[in-house]
Design a protein around this ligand. Structure first.
Ligand code: PEP
Ligand code: MN
Length: 455
């Protein structure tokens, strides 16, 4: 099939960065001072962007390659970043885990890994209820640091427009630090020891990881001996950013036209996605996303019907542009067996070009008796394991994973190499929203992917 490479110019789509405002926008905060909101948005609109259109188009090309099976996408980070966690150890530890996982994947899958962080803008959260009641007092729900603060007081829960400016600044600081680390040689494949995390020396997985690192070092030295010089492409890796583009006022203010490029780009991130709760065909988020030129993703949950998914693909990628659309399925370990296959078949039958990615986290959230939101490693691994098999049976390709993880020694998900049990959750449960894989559980997940792919 011949596909057009050119995106449709937004003018011919009857679209504008603010055209979403005429649709129903779910999961938005209520700002009670419109003037204050407008002042903040005006200021945000003047601030420099966080990424460039060149980077965005380079990523789109790489996603197109992942669609062709030439790359594997690793997307991961916190469920929600917080302003308080915008600091050196948290950012660099998260980067270390992602680099170690990608090393395991490169080694095992024998193909380049496309690294996308769930950071530098992941500050807004969809919630199941708009408000929360405690002891007879009802306050607005916490919607992420982009909107309000988690403490249960009226001041903390007020939607504060100045947080839009703060989130932009924190995102810029995060980006700046990540870029400086990578440009400065932190991600150099010759020095995987830079990514060691102090507290994992005694991990049950450490030996297997070290064997892989040694083997990669050997191959690298062998290739460099053949080439007669050090191979500079191994000295650096690319890192891209992503977040759920939930709060449309924020996204609109960072949507810009770029000289010498057609169309509009969301320059707050390389790779925004639409969350499961806001992916309605006629909703404001779909309207916003259809007009930007970024590569985009959509979370696909167990209630999505094949026909609706095809219509959404029509709206978001009418011209079958390579690299444009990624579908992230998040079904749950108990549902993926029945719900995924019809979607894969429909998309394949219609010959639609997408990158299929598995998020084995969000369909597997549960509460413990003592009130913690958790996920069982066995269910996360089980969903991912099934995802590979279901794609193989359907003749489609699982081209990536989307994970919630951290480089910190947290105890938020049960099971894994150290077999965390409910009593362990108390020890280091730090997430304000969803439970994340800790370092060991993340690395184990990367090893599982390699085993499933026959590596
Ligand atoms: C998330 O990624 O944190 C999230 C809320 O996911 P979903 O939209 O798939 O529920
Ligand atoms: Mn989450």
């Amino acid at each position: 099939m011949q596909h057009s490479l050119k995106a449709v110019a937004p003018s011919s789509l009857d679209w504008a960065p603010g055209s979403w405002r005429s649709r129903t926008a779910l999961q938005q905060p209520t700002y009670n001072d419109a003037e204050e909101l407008n002042r903040a948005l005006e200021q945000l609109g003047q601030l420099p962007p966080l990424v460039t259109s060149w980077e965005i188009l380079a990523l789109k090309q790489r996603i197109a390659e992942a669609q062709d099976g030439e790359r594997f996408l690793l997307q991961g980070g916190d469920c929600a970043e917080s302003f308080a966690d915008c600091n050196s150890p948290i950012i660099s530890n998260r980067l270390k885990v992602l680099l170690q996982m990608s090393l395991v994947l490169v080694h095992g899958l024998k193909k380049p890994v496309l690294r996308v962080g769930r950071f530098a803008g992941q500050y807004a959260k969809p919630r199941s209820a708009d408000s929360e009641t405690r002891d007879g007092v009802t306050l607005p729900a916490f919607r992420g640091d982009l909107v309000n603060s988690p403490e249960f007081t009226p001041e903390a829960r007020r939607a504060d427009p100045n947080r839009l400016i703060k989130a932009h600044a924190r995102s810029a600081m995060t980006m700046n630090f990540v870029r400086a680390l990578i440009d400065g040689g932190f991600a150099d494949l010759h020095h995987p020891e830079y990514w060691d995390l102090a507290w994992v020396e005694h991990s049950p997985l450490a030996a297997e990881y070290r064997r892989m690192v040694a083997s990669i070092g050997d191959s690298l030295r062998f290739m460099e001996t053949l080439a007669g010089q050090s191979i500079s492409s191994y000295s650096r890796v690319d890192f891209y950013t992503s977040h759920e583009a939930l709060l449309l006022h924020y996204e609109e203010a960072l949507t810009r036209q770029v000289p010498r490029q057609d169309g509009w780009f969301n320059l707050s991130t390389h790779f925004p996605w639409i969350g499961m709760r806001t992916a309605a065909l006629d909703g404001a988020h779909t309207e916003y996303f259809r007009g930007i030129r970024n590569p985009i993703a959509v979370k696909v949950g167990p209630t999505v019907q094949a026909d609706d998914l095809l219509r959404l693909i029509d709206v978001l990628n009418p011209n079958e542009e390579p690299g444009r659309l990624t579908l992230i399925h998040r079904m749950g370990n108990d549902k993926i067996g029945t719900h995924l296959q019809p979607l894969l078949e429909a998309v394949k039958r219609e010959g639609r070009r997408v990158l299929w990615v598995a998020d084995p986290m969000h369909g597997n959230t549960e509460s413990t008796t003592n009130g913690y939101k958790t996920r069982r490693f066995a269910n996360i691994a089980g969903e991912l394991d099934q995802a590979f098999d279901i794609h193989a049976a359907a003749g489609t390709r699982l081209g990536g994973v989307h994970l919630e993880l951290t480089g910190e020694d947290v105890t938020e998900c049960l099971g894994g190499a150290r077999d965390l049990v409910e009593g362990d959750l108390d020890r280091a449960y730090r997430s304000m929203v969803d439970p994340r894989l800790n370092y060991e559980q993340s690395l184990e997940m990367a090893m599982l992917i390699v085993r499933k792919s026959g590596g």
